[in-house]
Design a protein around this ligand. Structure first.
Ligand code: NAP
Length: 264
C-alpha cells in the first residue's frame, strides 16, 4: 500500500529540511515544494524514493493550481504543511510597500489559499493541514510588526477553520516555533537574540514537535519555555508583557536604528 502523501512547502528552508527527513522516517511520502531546484534535488536524494519535488513560486495562482494537480496525480495529499515563510526585522517606518505586501502574501495569503485549494483532497483522505506559525503569532514584538500581523492572521485563520470543520474527519493544526537556527534570521536578529539571552532551537526540535503534535490529538502547539508562558501571559495580561518588552526595547533598538530615532 502507498504511504500517505504530505505536501510540504518551504522544503528548502532550515525547518522544512528537518521536517522532510523526519516525515520520511515516520512513513510519509513527500512532495517537497520550494523555488530552489538544486536544494530540492539534494533533499530529495537524502529522502530517497518516496519523494518528489515541485519547483515554483507559491505567490503565483497558476503555480498553486499546478501544485494541486501534481498532488492529485500522486493520489492526493493526506497532509499539507504550510511552512514557507519570510521575515524582515526592521522598524515599521522603514518597511516599503513591497515588503509589506510580500510578508502578508507569502506568510498569510498563500497558506490561506493553499488550505482552500487542498481541502477537498485532505477531506477525501481524512487528513491534516498544519500551518506553521510562530511565538510572534501570539506576541506582538517590536520591529516585527508585519511578521506579527501575518502570523497573528494565520493563527486566527487556523483556529477559525478548525472550529468550522470540527464536525469533519480532518485536523487543522497550528505549530508555533520560537527562534530557530535557520537562514530566515539575519545576522542582526541572531546578535539580538544572543544579547537578549533568547534560545535558538535547532530545526530538528521543530520537526520533533510536529511529530508530537500529529500524535497528540491537540490542535496547537507552542515550542519552548519561557515563550509558551509568555504566549499565555500575553493573552491573559497583555500589559505585563508590554512592560517586560518595554524594558528590552533599548537593547532591541540598538540593533535596528530607525527613522523615528533619527527624528525624520
Ligand atoms: N526560524 C525561525 O526562527 C522561525 C521561528 C518561528 C517560525 N518560523 C516559521 O517557520 C517556517 C519556516 O522557516 P525557516 O526558519 O525554515 O526559514 P527559511 O530557512 O528561510 O526557509 C523559508 C522557506 O520558505 C520558502 N519560500 C519563501 N518564499 C517562497 C515563495 N514565494 N514560494 C515558495 N517558497 C517560498 C523558501 O523556499 P526557497 O528558498 O526555495 O525559495 C524556504 O524553503 C516559516 O513559516 C517561518 O515563519 C521560523
Amino acid at each position: 500500500m502507498n504511504r500517505p502523501l504530505c505536501v510540504l512547502t518551504g522544503a528548502t528552508g532550515g525547518i522544512g529540511q528537518a521536517v522532510a527527513l523526519k516525515l520520511i522516517q515516520h512513513g510519509w511520502r513527500l512532495l517537497l515544494v520550494g523555488r530552489q531546484q538544486a536544494q530540492l534535488e539534494a533533499l530529495q536524494l537524502k529522502c530517497g524514493q518516496d519523494c518528489e519535488i515541485f519547483i515554483g513560486d507559491l505567490t503565483s495562482a497558476q503555480t498553486r493550481q499546478k501544485l494541486l494537480e501534481h498532488a492529485k496525480s500522486l493520489g492526493g495529499a493526506t497532509m499539507l504543511i504550510n511552512n514557507a515563510g519570510i521575515n524582515v526585522m526592521q522598524g515599521f517606518s522603514e518597511m516599503t510597500e513591497q515588503q509589506i505586501d510580500d510578508l502578508l502574501i507569502v506568510n498569510l495569503s498563500v497558506p490561506i489559499k493553499l488550505c482552500q485549494l487542498f481541502l477537498p483532497q485532505i477531506l477525501a483522505n481524512k487528513g491534516s493541514i498544519v500551518n506553521m506559525g510562530s511565538s510572534f503569532g501570539s506576541i506582538g514584538y517590536p520591529y516585527q510588526t508585519l511578521y506579527c500581523a501575518s502570523k497573528f492572521g494565520l493563527r486566527g485563520m487556523t483556529e477559525a477553520l478548525a472550529r468550522e470543520l470540527s464536525h469533519c474527519d480532518v485536523k487543522i493544526l497550528y505549530l508555533a516555533p520560537r527562534a530557530t537556527d535557520t537562514n530566515i534570521n539575519s545576522v542582526q536578529v541572531r546578535a539580538m537574540n544572543k544579547a537578549l539571552g533568547n534560545t535558538m532551537d535547532p530545526p530538528d526540535k521543530v520537526a520533533d514537535a510536529l511529530i508530537s503534535l500529529l500524535k497528540s490529538g491537540n490542535s496547537r502547539s507552542y515550542i519552548g519555555f519561557p515563550e509558551r508562558l509568555f504566549v499565555k501571559l500575553n493573552g491573559a495580561f497583555p500589559s505585563l508583557v508590554d512592560n517586560a518588552i518595554a524594558k528590552q526595547l533599548p537593547k532591541i533598538k540598538s540593533f535596528f536604528a530607525d527613522k523615528i530615532d533619527q527624528g525624520e
